[in-house]
Design a protein around this ligand. Structure first.
Ligand code: FDA
Length: 333
């Protein structure tokens, strides 16, 4: 995919107006293939199904870049409700949260207070909480993690292998449960590797280092080359299967997910749910061009592969979408 297309989807993912509008649209553009419903009941069903196949979950009640205090508090309460549900139904899963959903853009202390409420509930139930890593502007994330770790053990975060500083950060987090990913945001050359080859090389280097260390690691990638190389490394070094798990996103390479679990590896699926699906979904499109085919199919065709709408209606919808984008660009936000 060209950088232009990637940049287009990255900018859509951060577009506040579209993110807000999408909450009212319901799922569109094939998003339901990657998001497990809008409410707790739907996501509970998905977790139970995965659990039956020996797969655990990390559940993300979608939301990010919140700029309103009430909304950040609502998100906090929703995550606590999710924790209660996990406990009541004895589900095999933990939760993933984003600090910008909990008010990091409003005030760091406010965000920590919200996280503390979540951690108190999670600790009571013995549930792990993962802090997802957002773009590199949010360098406070590691500081907040360390603050929380003074009070709570059951909290960890994510390391992005595209960042030059990842190796140094991992050294500081030797004892912390970490999810290792390549990195999903648009980062500059000043802070991150840009080519796939360099990112993959660093990913493998960091994953191997972690696997030889003591703390638990989630190897989060859909890349079969990396997975195969790490499986061989794990075998050669006789690394216990209790020290790591593979992780993938809900709706991606589902067959490979089930196969890895059936082979006896610990497997955990990242399960997003909720009405705030737009930013998450646009990042997935930026990562993988093939997903764009799903949008085209979903917008234009019905389940019998017949054109859904008259071409004029499609043109009018496209024009409205472009107007929304232009309005946002002109407002300078
Ligand atoms: P990548 O996209 O590099 O693909 C490598 C190769 O794998 C492809 O060339 C293709 O051959 C194959 N492949 C990939 N996807 C496929 C598919 N769907 N079907 C068939 N083949 C496929 N990022 C972040 O910045 N912060 C975070 O907190 C998280 N959290 C997170 C959790 C989990 C569980 C996952 C899996 C990922 C994240 N990410 C993330 C996203 C991550 O940083 C990264 O952007 C994506 O995982 C894409 O990189 P991959 O390593 O999966 O493969």
């Amino acid at each position: 995919m060209t950088n232009l297309t990637k940049n287009f989807f990255y900018s859509l993912s951060q577009n506040k107006l579209l993110n807000e509008s999408a909450k009212k649209w319901g799922f569109k553009f094939g998003a339901d293939k990657f998001v497990a419903g809008t409410d707790l009941d739907s996501v509970t069903k998905t977790i139970k199904k995965l659990n039956r196949y020996g797969i655990s979950g990390t559940v993300d009640n979608l939301g990010e870049f919140v700029s309103d205090q009430q909304e950040a508090m609502r998100a906090t309460n929703n995550i606590i409700r999710l924790l209660n549900r996990i406990n009541e139904e004895n589900l095999d899963c933990h939760v993933s949260v984003k600090l910008t959903q909990l008010g990091l853009d409003i005030d760091e202390q406010f965000c920590i207070d919200n996280m503390r409420k979540i951690m108190e509930a999670a600790s009571k139930f013995g549930i792990f909480v993962n802090i997802d890593m957002e773009d590199s502007r949010y360098e406070q994330t590691l500081r907040i993690l360390q603050t929380l770790r003074e009070e709570f053990e059951n909290v960890g975060t994510v390391m992005q292998a595209y960042l030059y500083r990842a190796e140094e950060d991992l050294e500081q987090l030797k004892d912390v449960r970490i999810r290792l990913v390549k990195g999903a945001y648009k980062e500059s050359e000043a802070v991150a590797y840009q080519s796939k080859a360099e990112i993959d090389r660093n990913y493998l280097k960091l994953a191997k280092k972690r696997l030889l260390g003591d703390a638990f690691t989630s190897i989060a990638t859909h890349d079969h080359n990396i997975i195969n190389e790490l499986k061989a490394f794990i075998k050669e070094n006789n690394i216990s299967h209790d020290k790591f798990e593979f992780q993938m996103l809900y709706g991606f390479r589902t067959e490979l997910q089930y196969n890895l679990a059936a082979e006896g590896y610990r497997f955990c699926t990242y399960i997003p749910f909720g009405t705030d699906w737009f930013g998450y979904y646009m990042r997935r499109l930026a990562e993988r061009p093939q997903n764009i085919n799903l949008i085209v199919k979903d917008v234009f065709y019905d389940s019998n592969n017949k054109l859904k709408k008259k071409p004029l209606v499609i043109a009018a919808e496209a024009a409205t979408f472009l107007c929304l984008l232009r309005k946002r660009k002109n407002s300078g936000k």
